[in-house]
Each structure stands twice: as C-alpha cells, then as structure tokens.
Design a protein around this ligand. Structure first.
Ligand code: ATP
Length: 234
C-alpha cells in the first residue's frame, strides 16, 4: 500500500504543529522519518494513524483519502501503529496482550503460536505482566501486538530507542522480512539510525513541522553526513 500525505496541517487543539507537510511511503518499502526533537515526527504518525484530526491537507492510501477516519477506522484499512510510549497493556500478561490484539481473528491461537515461534522470549514471558518486562522485551511485544493483525502498513515510532543491540538487530531483521513480504513500513528513527537507514530506501527529514529534505537513505550513511544534516536543523 502506498501512503501519500499532502499539505498536511495538524496539531493539538489550536496549536498547529505540522504546517503543510508532504510525505510519501512507497508500497513494500521501509521509509524513514528523521528530524530533531520536537520536529513533529510523532505528530505526523499520530495524524496518519487517526489519533489526531487533519486540520487541512490530505492523507491517501492507494489513492483513497483516509483523512477523515478515526483511529479504529484507520486500523480497519490495514494500518497498524506502534506509538513511542504506552504501546502495551501494562497490567495484562504477555499472552493476554497478544490475545487482545488477535481477538477479532478466527485463528487467534495460530497467530499467537507464530509470534512465539519468532520470539521465544515472549513465550518464556507469556504469563508475566507487561509492566515487568525489560525495555527490549516490551518493545518486542508492542511490535508483535501490531503485527499479529497482519497489517498492510506498519508505523513504528522509534521502536528501538534505548534497546540493546541484540534487540535492535532482531527487530531490524524482522521488519526487513516484513517489507520483503510486501508490507509498507514507516520508521521514525532515533539517535543511532545506521542499521535502519541501511534497509530503508528513502528518508524524509522534517524540522519545525515542515519538510526539510527528502533523500536516499544511503546518502545519510556517508561519513559525517547524518551529523551534518542534524546539526543544520538547530
Ligand atoms: N499533547 C500535546 N499537546 C500539545 N503539544 C504537544 C503535544 N504533544 C506534542 N506536542 C508538541 O508538538 C511538538 C512536536 O512534538 P512531536 O512529539 O511530534 O515531536 P517529535 O519530532 O516526535 O520529537 P521527539 O524526537 O522528541 O520524539 C513539540 O513542540 C511538542 O511539545
């Protein structure tokens, strides 16, 4: 699925954060979003996911506008969103988290088994409350919760921030496989994005709620280029 955001204005009540932003995520590709703190990256993701209203502009999925849909309706179009925070049901066990995410499918058990096969750590932690998981385990659960519904477009807001390299590698491998299977991925990247830039084709840089530059992700892997781009933003 191709996502096309054009001239987007949105924000919080009367406070406008995005000022006419454009953004495209091509079908079956991993597209990165990069920018300094407070640039509006999460605001863009929340608006795409239907958690914030579109004030002006449009969001289209394969050419069909989804700008007026709420969060639930957006999920039904095949978009799954993993927010930066509060992305699991912390007072529920790992299994109940997965169960809740797979409830609307007839093959709930098979979906959970698949998840456990891929991430044995979640099976090991099956009866543990999500609140007691380590940061990496909880992020893994958050991504698993989103994927259990077999989305067509996956939005990840800094899913590997603060994680140990082993978890980063596993999540990167997993997302790479998903993109190869045809899922469109939008990845808001964090401080050390090299591993993700390597598997992404295009990066959109945003700053102060506006487009700054759109470039091949490989360009940002040139020595010093990333630092240069981020420094210019301040
Ligand atoms: N609920 C809210 N109410 C009012 N303003 C908000 C709210 N959430 C975020 N903002 C403001 O919107 C602006 C953009 O925030 P946003 O979280 O989208 O940035 P970001 O690029 O994701 O930053 P970071 O890299 O720090 O996560 C910031 O100035 C922030 O203070």
């Amino acid at each position: 699925m191709k996502l096309d955001v054009s001239g987007l204005h949105s924000g919080y009540g009367k406070v406008t954060i995005l000022h006419g932003l454009n953004f495209v995520a091509e079908a079956g590709e991993i597209t990165c979003v990069l920018g300094p703190n407070g640039a509006g990256k999460s605001t863009l993701m929340k608006t795409i996911a239907g958690h914030l209203p579109v004030d002006r502009g449009d969001i289209a999925l394969d050419g069909v506008s989804i700008a007026k849909l709420n969060a639930l309706q957006t999920t039904r179009t095949g978009i799954a969103y993993v927010p930066q925070e509060q992305n699991t049901f912390v007072e529920m066990t790992v299994r109940d988290n997965l169960l809740a995410s797979a409830l609307s499918f007839s093959d709930t058990g098979a979906r959970i088994d698949n998840t456990y096969e891929r991430f044995p750590i979640l099976k090991e932690r099956s009866n543990q409350l999500a609140s007691t998981l380590s940061g990496g385990e909880r992020q893994t659960l958050a991504v698993a919760n989103a994927l259990i519904g077999a989305p067509k477009l996956l939005i990840l807001d800094e899913p590997t921030a603060g994680l140990a390299p082993i978890f980063v590698d596993r999540i990167v491998d997993w997302i790479c496989e998903l993109a190869e299977s045809g899922i469109t991925v939008i990845w808001v990247v964090e401080q050390n994005p090299e591993k993700i830039l390597k598997i992404s084709r295009t990066t959109w840089m945003i700053d102060a709620g506006r487009n700054r530059e759109t470039l091949p992700s490989a360009d940002l892997l040139q020595p010093g280029r990333l630092e240069e781009m981020l420094l210019q933003s301040h």
